[in-house]
Design a protein around this ligand. Structure first.
Ligand code: NAP
Length: 584
């Protein structure tokens, strides 16, 4: 198997011959992708395809893997020094006059740290992107500092990582790993990857896997004990480094990278809600971050510093918010923008959507666009989804926020009123989930859907039958969809705010009263919401938090939390409260 569309050649490096594949125009900046264990260069095929339009992309099989030959003897043939020789041979062959941008995953990243920190590669590397593979020197110092100065927290981190490293001990035993990989483990590996990591299909892993894994055991045997035992004291990166950390990595704790700034002065951190094999499971996001980082280094630009606790997570992600022209929707769009996301602000009002897009760019959005659509209009939503798909991509996060208020007794609520509120508050969410959720699922790279329900979803009220019914339906829809999409790595959250000071009172419909009284009630409600004065920004921050933590239901504001508790533990009291007529 090879990488589709790639030009292959062989490069001699000392005692081995390396299989090197190239895509894209050699005149463009060169990005060298180094694979991990047990893998071959094909692990990068999805990322390479996405990068090849802008860069000269180079992949090679590490010695002993894929189409590259193995050293003889094996012992001592896989040291980091030999691997550095290989990298320099490839870099000299593919980009003789110009430093390359290095990207490594797993053992490719472990090697990458060596290349980026030793003196003899100076001037040959322009930047380094590291994924799921620490420097053995940094790791050695990390262990030493925890053994010498233990605290309960640091001891727990050490134990946690030791447990995750069980396979490293196993690979140090003689012969058994080879027998396992060339036998049953090698046969089952594709199945294990598919089940545990949701990785697979399209010819990956390749047929060389059993042999790659058996020979690659020497990567561990030749380096791990030696380096962890006496880590280099001067393993400082001489290039800008981008660290991409999947937060659900079965093999590496995110704490391994605590304090990495002391080794890499120019460090950009990214996090992903994903497991270990991100080049396969998150190629869009990985390719986006590599592109952004490489272009910033090439252009001698410092990447914009994004503030807030969510910047590492949402930088570059595509986030679509409906009802983004005001209130909670605008605040949410701006919170994602501040974290560096690419934001699509959708509203039925073109002008307010455009304002939000401008504000989002000012707040730090990587990019921001305004789109006009009425969420209750199925055709308009279909057109929106098709346009977003074609022009901006598949959203990583969808926030179905657009909604309208409606207050009044059931007996004074007309069928028309019901239709309107259900069309916007429920069908708007259904259209969003159906159209964008289907695209997220089809893309197969995870995502998150947030539906803005309300505290009215838990708390019945004699004055809110239509509104509360629509929001309770949104809550149940979110729970059902969460169950359905869990297996596809797509989270679903229902956010249930209480009383939030937005413009919703100005447009809410009050039934059973004439126009004059309706105006008075709106003004009175607006005053009341103003006195309560709970800011939309706090709901926005709860939305980002809910995505990061993959929460199912998030009541926001004390009254929303109270209503939820009461509905669970004191349903009688909740029903009595429902009978109280609100006085405006
Ligand atoms: P808001 O300030 O009125 O914002 C809602 C935005 O959605 C407005 O820009 C509105 O545009 C837009 N919108 C309304 N219908 C739409 C449609 N059919 N298609 C596209 N856009 C539409 O209200 P908010 O308080 O931020 O409300 C946001 C969400 O939070 C709603 O789902 C609401 O039910 C929910 N919520 C609000 C509160 C609260 O106390 N504020 C409490 C619980 C839940 P127009 O300006 O043109 O109407």
């Amino acid at each position: 198997m090879t990488v589709a569309g790639a030009r292959e050649r062989r490069v001699r490096a000392g005692d081995v011959e390396l299989c090197v594949a190239e895509l894209g125009d050699p005149a463009h900046p060169t990005v060298v992708l180094v694979h991990g264990y047990p893998d071959s260069k094909e692990v990068w095929s999805e990322v390479a395809a996405r990068l090849s339009g802008r860069f000269h992309v180079v992949l090679y099989d590490v010695r002993g893997h894929g189409g590259s030959t193995a050293p003889s003897p094996l012992r001592g043939g896989f040291t980091l020094e030999r691997l550095t020789d290989d990298f320099l041979a490839v870099a000299d062959a593919v980009s003789p006059g110009r430093p390359v941008h290095l990207v490594g995953h797993d053992w490719g990243s472990v090697q990458g740290w060596e290349f980026a920190t030793v003196v003899r590669t100076r001037g040959r590397i322009a930047s380094f992107t590291s994924m799921s593979g620490p420097s053995l020197d940094h790791f050695g110092h990390w262990i030493n500092s925890r053994v010498r100065r233990p605290t309960p927290r640091r001891a727990a981190q050490l134990l946690g990582q030791s447990a995750k490293s069980w396979y490293v001990y196993a690979l140090h035993t003689p012969v058994l790993p080879e027998l396992a990989w060339r036998g049953p483990l090698g046969r089952r590996w594709p199945h294990i990857l598919r089940r545990r990591e949701k990785v697979g299909g399209d010819g990956y892993p390749t047929a060389s896997l059993p042999s790659d894994a058996a020979l690659g055991a020497w990567l561990y045997r030749d380096n791990v004990r030696a380096r962890l035992g006496s880590p280099r004291p001067d393993a400082f990166a001489h290039v800008p480094v981008q660290l991409i950390t999947p937060l659900d990595d079965a093999f590496l704790s995110e704490h391994l990278y605590d304090g990495l700034e002391q080794w890499a002065a120019r460090l950009t951190r990214r996090t992903l809600d994903a497991k270990h094999w991100i080049p396969r499971t998150r190629p869009d996001q990985v390719a986006y971050w590599i592109t952004e980082f490489v272009e910033s280094v090439e252009g001698d630009r410092v990447l914009p510093v994004r503030s807030g606790p969510h910047a590492q997570r949402f930088g570059g992600q595509l986030v679509l918010v409906t009802g983004a022209g005001s209130g909670i929707g605008r605040a949410t769009a701006l919170a994602f923008a501040k974290a560096g996301a690419r934001v699509v602000a959708v509203d039925r009002d073109a002008e307010t959507a455009a304002e939000t897009a401008v504000l989002a760019r000012e707040a730090g959005a990587a990019e921001a666009w305004a789109e006009t659509a009425d969420v209750s209009d199925e055709r308009a939503m279909e057109q929106l989804a098709a346009k977003v798909d074609a022009e901006y991509g598949t959203p990583d996060v969808l926030v179905n926020n657009a909604g309208i208020g409606l207050s009044g007794s059931f007996l004074t609520t007309s069928t028309e009123d019901w239709r309107r509120v259900v069309d916007v508050n429920l069908f708007g969410v259904i259209h969003g989930c159906r159209l964008f959720g289907a695209r997220m699922a089809e893309r197969g790279q995870g995502g998150h859907i947030v539906n803005i329900a309300s505290a009215a979803a838990f708390q019945p009220s004699r004055a809110l039958s239509a509104y509360a019914t629509s929001k309770a339906a949104v809550l149940m829809l979110s729970e059902c969809l969460r169950a359905e999409l869990a297996g596809r790595g797509i989270g679903v959250t229902a956010v249930c705010p209480g009383i939030v000071n937005t413009g919703i009172t100005g447009t809410a419909r009050f039934t059973g009263v004439d126009a004059v009284e309706e105006r008075r009630l709106r003004m009175s409600a607006a005053r009341w919401y103003g006195v309560r004065n709970y800011p939309a920004e706090k709901v926005a921050s709860a939305v980002l938090d809910a995505v990061v933590r993959d929460r199912a239901v998030v009541p926001v504001t004390p009254e929303a939390r109270g209503a939820r508790l009461m509905s669970r533990w004191m349903p009688g009291a909740s029903r009595r409260l429902a009978r109280v007529e609100p006085r405006l």
